[in-house]
Every structure is written in C-alpha cells, then in structure tokens.
Design a protein around this ligand. Structure first.
Ligand SMILES: [Zn+2]
Ligand SMILES: [Zn+2]
Length: 329
C-alpha cells in the first residue's frame, strides 16, 4: 500500500501527533544548518496595533459588506466571488507595500495555475451544495437557531473547522488523500491568491466533510453564509505575504505565521497547524506549532517539487500521474 513519508498507522490510520513538536523542532534545527533559511519577516514589519487593526477591519468590513450584499438579494456564491477578488486587490497592494518575503514577489508564473484553479472551485462548490441540500432533508433539528446570527456563525466556524481539521490531518497521513492535497503544498511561495490553490477533488471532498455535518445539525442558511464571509477574510490573511505582527492572534486563528510552518518543505515539519480558520483543534489535539525563537524557512513546497507540473492540465492529472509520489514516500 502506498504511504507517505509520514508515520501512519495500519490501513491509513492517522498516528497521534504527540510527537510533532519534538520532531518538528528537530527538523527545524536541522534545517537551520542549511543554506536558504531566511528570517520570516523582512524589516519594516507592521507593528502589532496596525496589524491587529487591519485584521479586525478586514474581518468586520467583509462580514458587513457581504451581509449587505446578501440582504440585497445577491446569490451567496456571487457575494463570495466578488468578496474574494476585492480582497485580493487590497491584499496584492499591501503585499507590494510591506512584503513579508520580498523574494516571493519576483515570479508570478504560478498565476497560470492558481487563477484557473480558483475558477474550477465553482463547479466543485456546486457538488458541495448538492450534498448540502441532500443532507438537509435529514435535518436533525439540533442547531441553536435561537442564538444571535453572529454566535451561530462562530459556532459554524468552530464546528466546520473541526471536521476540516481531521480531514486535513488525514490528507497528510494517507497517500490517496495526499495525492490531491499535494497540489496545495506544491506552491513555492505564499500570497493572497493561492489559498484556494486546491485540486477540484479536494474542494469537493473537503467541502462535503465540512458542510454536510452542519447541514445535518440544521444550521441556518444565514449562519452558513456569515461563516463563509468570515472564512473568506481569514483565508486571505492565512496565505498573505504581508509583514504582519499579529501577536496573540497567531495562537487563535490560522494566520500567516503558523500557516507558514504548515507549508514547510519537510513533510514531517509540515504536520502541524491544520486548522483552516481557527487553531483551537490544533491546541486540543497537540498539533499546534509556532516556535518563537526561530522563523520558518522561505523554502516552501514539497520534496521533489521541482518536477511537480506547472500547467493546469498537469496539476489536474497529478494525483494519478506525478511520479514524485513514488519517490517522496
Ligand atoms: Zn496541508
Ligand atoms: Zn495553505
């Protein structure tokens, strides 16, 4: 049976992550001896107060403007799409103004794959919608519909991320799932537009895993729409290349600091910070990793990633065709 270069239990079971901190520390220390390890943030980082103000402003602004759009009758998909591209315009400007990693601004050839993958997320999202509407027929009526909408959205965010956490963790431990998740990790830089650098199969599967349990519980459409808006803003920050100083937020939400550790080229080090929006599940299940005494390497990607396809078609067929899956085990 094909396996990743990661310790797994029998039949693809995920091994508990109690080893992650010590293992990743060792990996990181080893990595520090190699050339190519750069500081995470170049000079001129935004200070804590401006960074937190920017984060809060984008989160609140996205939620309020998105809610306005929904009230005006725009379809949720259109609101999410418009919000995504509007935030990307803002973030691309901020990344140029205060880049976290200046070397990541030089090569934009990855847009040739990243942009079409964003567009291909739409049909995969339609599949998730179909699964959601089927699950709603079994609505168990357990959702606290009497809570204020924002509290419901926060609950949806927490619960949805719980299921996504375990799916993501399985993607890093079980080769059939890693084959589709490797597309995301094949990115060699992080910037605001490659958070959705996902194989369409992953968009569909991860979306179903995250959404269907909420539909079964009877989560309201409004709660889910607000959750999508929160995720939209958190997701832009997660991959952004802005020199931010987010302090305590790095322990609560999936911000660029902890997420860069998750993109470590060394797959053992990358087995951490699986949370898509929140990090509470990483804290609870022992996979949170954010050393304060050293920075993650700017050399991100996957082992053997130099041969990973650079064309859309190549990326789409990579789960079945990339020979690197045989050599990176
Ligand atoms: Zn991952
Ligand atoms: Zn990522």
């Amino acid at each position: 049976m094909d396996r990743l270069a990661l310790p797994v239990g029998g039949a693809g079971r995920v091994v508990l992550q109690s080893r992650v901190d010590e293992d990743s520390s060792a990996s990181c220390n080893a990595g520090m001896t190699n050339a190519g390890v750069e500081p995470a943030l170049e000079p001129r980082s935004l200070g804590l107060a401006p960074s937190l103000a920017l984060y809060a402003g984008v989160l609140v602004g996205t939620t309020l403007l998105g809610a306005r759009g929904l009230e005006a009758g725009l379809p949720a998909g259109a609101v999410a799409g418009l919000g995504f591209f509007a935030l990307c315009v803002l973030f691309l400007a901020l990344e140029r103004w205060r880049p976290g990693q200046r070397s990541w601004l030089r090569d934009w050839s990855d847009l040739r794959v990243d942009l079409p993958l964003i567009l291909l997320a739409a049909p995969a999202g339609a599949f998730v919608q179909l699964a959601d509407s089927l699950a709603r027929r079994l609505d168990f009526g357990l959702w606290p519909a009497h809570w204020p909408p924002l509290a419901q959205a926060a609950l949806a965010l927490l619960l949805g991320d719980f299921f996504r956490y375990w799916f993501h963790r399985a993607e890093h431990s079980w080769l059939p799932l890693w084959r589709i998740h490797a597309t995301h990790h094949s990115a060699e830089r992080l910037y605001c537009m490659n958070g959705p650098r996902l194989h369409p199969f992953e968009v569909a599967l991860s979306g179903v895993v995250q959404t269907v349990p909420l539909a079964l519980l009877g989560a309201s459409e409004l709660a889910l729409a607000l959750q999508v808006l929160l995720t939209l803003a958190i997701g832009r920050f997660q991959h952004c290349n802005i020199a931010l100083t987010l302090g305590p937020l790095d322990y609560l939400l999936s911000t660029p600091g902890p997420h860069r550790w998750h993109h470590a080229r060394d797959l053992e080090t990358a087995r951490c910070n699986y949370g898509g929006d929140v990090l509470v599940w990483d804290h609870l299940f022992g996979t949170f990793h954010l050393p304060r005494d050293r920075a993650p390497s700017a050399e991100i990607g996957i082992p053997g990633g130099e041969s990973f396809p650079r064309t859309l078609w190549g990326v789409l067929v990579s789960p079945f065709a990339w020979p690197g899956f045989r050599t990176t085990r």
